[in-house]
Design a protein around this ligand. Structure first.
Ligand code: 8V3
Ligand code: ZN
Ligand code: ZN
Length: 481
């Protein structure tokens, strides 16, 4: 169990406990805003603008100096243009003797519709048995508010903030952080120049109860492969038997990518994958993961691997290839005798250190061209890489990892799991490559929070103890700086 916090934090923790219902109420107000960035509809864009304005207002009331950066508009494939919500750049304190810590978060959410199987209204935060259900509760409104509330606890107690604080908060993360990279380039020597450390809290623990710190995420290279015979479909009675069918070509192409044991068949793809070390395997052994529970709660009959270490390595430090879908394929119920004229297959490869995005693009393109040419098909094939997101890995000996560990030990009385994440948080690599700052990820939510899924939630316990972790992190960061 946790040992008593250092004296200056004791009051802050008390304040957080006493005001927890207010913090939950704020989360309720934020969840009520339908800030869906994925569905390109004017209504949701208005909600996104409202969401950012509400956050600006809260930061200003906290005493922060806040800028709302206009991000222009987004051109959609259908020719439609939609406004992009502003990015918030805020700062609180600029004492040159203190460390400056910058927090990144996003206030847009995945789509949510009660009819998809939500047990409660997704935009009405509902507490059941200490679980706060609502879209965005854990991804990412809860953690953003936890950071703000940690700051507000110091302010309300008129305690000097141990660090200078900056915020970068966006509203397009779920749509792929549209236009963010340009902003990072523009601000690297301005807003970010005085920043010492970056904190992101946009992923989850690997456990229901044990906290974690994240030091790596996989990248992603997302491909489309189009096979076209002609623009219109055919009747299989009148053309079946005399055509190179685009679907048959595409199924063969997609079928050539990965074998039944999960091994990627693209030549050379594993060449740059970092070799495994003994020391590394020991770090996986130390992680709290009940494989059987994970498998059962995921409702999967059998995973590809039997041991915890292999499972973690294949999620975190080996690439994986997933086939996502086929545009243009017949996918309705019933027995329609169609031959699709033009189909687009979609798949992606999760990238790990030290794979290189443009190398992967070449290898995949060459492989598909090779497979296609052996079919002697008269159709046209076009391969393109729609997204190329780099993997990210941090040095866990950096100061802010030590501060984060101490903060977690203070609040939870336990050392965190040191974890990586199989999914991608594109801004982490941007901070590293463009801004040249080191990032720590301090997730707050539990493994079963269901981000992007129906019945997303954050536990009240995670939200409130997480607020304390951030407060303790400010304190520890100041000690170590
Ligand atoms: C949009 N996109 C396409 N390729 C990768 C992504 C990002 C996406 N990010 C997350 O889910 C963050 C989870 N905390 C993902 O990894 O799929
Ligand atoms: Zn997120
Ligand atoms: Zn998300």
């Amino acid at each position: 169990s946790p040992s008593p916090p250092p004296a200056p934090l004791e009051k802050v923790f008390q304040y957080i406990d006493l005001h927890q219902d207010e913090f939950v109420q704020m989360l309720k107000e934020w969840v009520a805003i339908e800030s869906d960035s994925v569905q390109p509809m004017p209504h949701f864009r208005q909600e996104l603008f409202r969401m950012m304005a509400v956050a600006v207002d809260m930061l200003q009331r906290l005493g922060a100096h806040v800028a709302s950066v206009d991000m222009g508009s987004q051109q959609l494939p259908d020719g439609q243009s939609l406004p992009i919500p502003p990015v918030i750049l805020a700062e609180l304190g600029n004492d040159p003797t203190k460390a400056t810590v910058c927090f990144y978060g996003h206030l847009d959410v995945q789509p949510a519709d009660r009819a998809d199987g939500w047990l409660t209204d997704p935009y009405m935060l509902t507490e059941v048995d200490g679980k706060l259900y609502g879209r965005g509760a854990t991804d990412n409104k809860g953690p953003v508010l936890a950071w703000i509330n940690a700051v507000s606890a110091f302010r309300a107690l008129e305690q000097d903030l141990p660090v200078n604080i900056k915020f970068i908060i966006e509203g397009m993360e779920e749509a792929g952080s549209v236009a963010l990279e340009e902003l990072m380039e523009k601000e690297k020597d301005r807003f970010f120049s005085g920043v010492d450390y970056i904190v992101i809290s946009d992923n989850l623990w690997i456990s229901q109860r044990k906290p974690a710190i994240t030091y790596g995420t996989r990248g992603n290279s997302y491909f489309t492969v189009e096979v076209k015979c002609r623009d219109q479909d055919f009747h299989s009675g009148t053309f079946g038997g005399i055509l190179h069918e685009s679907m048959a070509d595409l199924v063969a192409l997609l079928g050539s990518l990965v074998d039944s044991s999960g091994h990627i068949l693209v030549p050379g793809i594993y060449d740059e994958v970092a070799p495994v070390t003994e020391e590394e395997i020991n770090t996986y052994k130390a992680i709290d993961l009940d494989l059987e529970e994970y498998r059962n709660s995921s409702q999967v009959a059998k995973f590809l691997f039997d041991t915890k270490e292999e499972i973690l390595m294949h999620l975190w430090r080996y690439p994986s290839l997933s086939i996502h879908g086929i545009e243009g394929a017949f996918d309705e119920p019933g027995a329609k005798t169609v031959i699709p004229g033009r189909v687009i297959g979609k798949f992606s490869i999760r990238l790990v250190p030290h794979m290189n995005v443009s190398m992967v693009e070449k290898q995949v393109t060459r492989h598909l061209e090779d497979v296609f040419s052996k079919r002697n098909s008269s159709n046209k094939m076009v391969v393109s890489m729609a997204l190329g997101l780099h993997p990210w890995i941090a040095n866990i000996n950096n100061t802010q990892y030590i501060a984060a560990k101490r903060a977690i030990r203070t609040v939870f009385g336990t050392d965190p799991d040191m974890i990586r994440d199989g999914s991608t948080i594109p801004i982490a690599k941007m901070f590293q490559e463009i801004v040249h700052k080191s990032v720590v990820m301090i997730p707050l939510g539990a493994v079963d929070d269901g981000e992007h899924s129906q019945n997303e939630k954050i536990n009240r316990w995670n939200y409130i103890e997480g607020t304390k972790v951030f407060a303790a992190f400010f304190f520890e960061m100041a000690q170590l700086h």
